[in-house]
Structures are given as structure tokens and as C-alpha cells.
Design a protein. Structure first.
Length: 113
């Protein structure tokens, strides 16, 4: 059974930082491309960042230079370091196995003063 469990969301002021983590189980993690998506009400879920099994990252233009995705294959985990947060980053963030039907439960990130 595949499980993806996110943690680390919360409320932060504009310009602040948050780190999201996702613990994966039930997959051969080191071969999986992992991704972070986000969604706001009324909009489609959008890709934030993804990282291949060997650690090659890709970022959405809106977060490039501010967010960093990383993974620890020994711990079966993927993280998203978010810096210089803006109000537009407010969303529910989801961890996923890219190309597969597996999603975490989501974690709320709210950027507000």
C-alpha cells in the first residue's frame, strides 16, 4: 500500500520560509520521480517542483530561485524548502509520485501578514 504523508505547512508572513516534508512508503523510492503540486480553490492543481530518482530537479517558473526540492533516498523522503514566500504561494501543497495515481493528503500553506 502506497502512502505519502506530508508535514510542515502552516502560517507564515510574506518573505518568510517554510519547509515541507513528505515521507513515502510502499514504493521503490529511489526509482521514483517525486513531485510537489499545489492547489487553490477554484483552480487546477499545478506543478511546483519535481525531482528524479538521481536528484535532478525541475521548477515552475513562479517558484524558481525561491524554492528548493531535495530528496533522501535512504529515508524515503522528499522535501520542499520554500523561501521568500509570497501571498500567491498560499495553497494546499501535495506530494506525489509523478506519473502515478498516488497523492498525499495535502498540507496547507498560508502566507499572510
Amino acid at each position: 500500500q502506497v502512502q505519502l504523508v506530508e508535514s510542515g505547512g502552516g502560517l507564515v508572513q510574506p518573505g518568510g520560509s517554510l519547509r515541507l516534508s513528505c515521507a513515502a512508503s510502499g514504493i521503490t523510492f529511489r526509482f521514483a520521480t517525486m513531485g510537489w503540486y499545489r492547489q487553490v480553490p477554484g483552480k487546477q492543481r499545478e506543478l511546483v517542483a519535481r525531482i528524479t530518482g538521481v536528484g535532478a530537479p525541475t521548477y515552475a517558473a513562479s517558484v524558481k530561485g525561491r524554492f528548493t526540492i531535495s530528496r533522501d533516498n535512504a529515508a524515503n523522503s522528499v522535501a520542499l524548502q520554500m523561501n521568500s514566500l509570497k501571498a500567491d504561494d498560499t495553497a494546499v501543497y501535495y506530494c506525489t509520485v509523478v506519473g502515478g495515481p498516488y497523492w498525499g493528503q495535502g498540507t496547507q500553506v498560508t502566507v499572510s501578514s
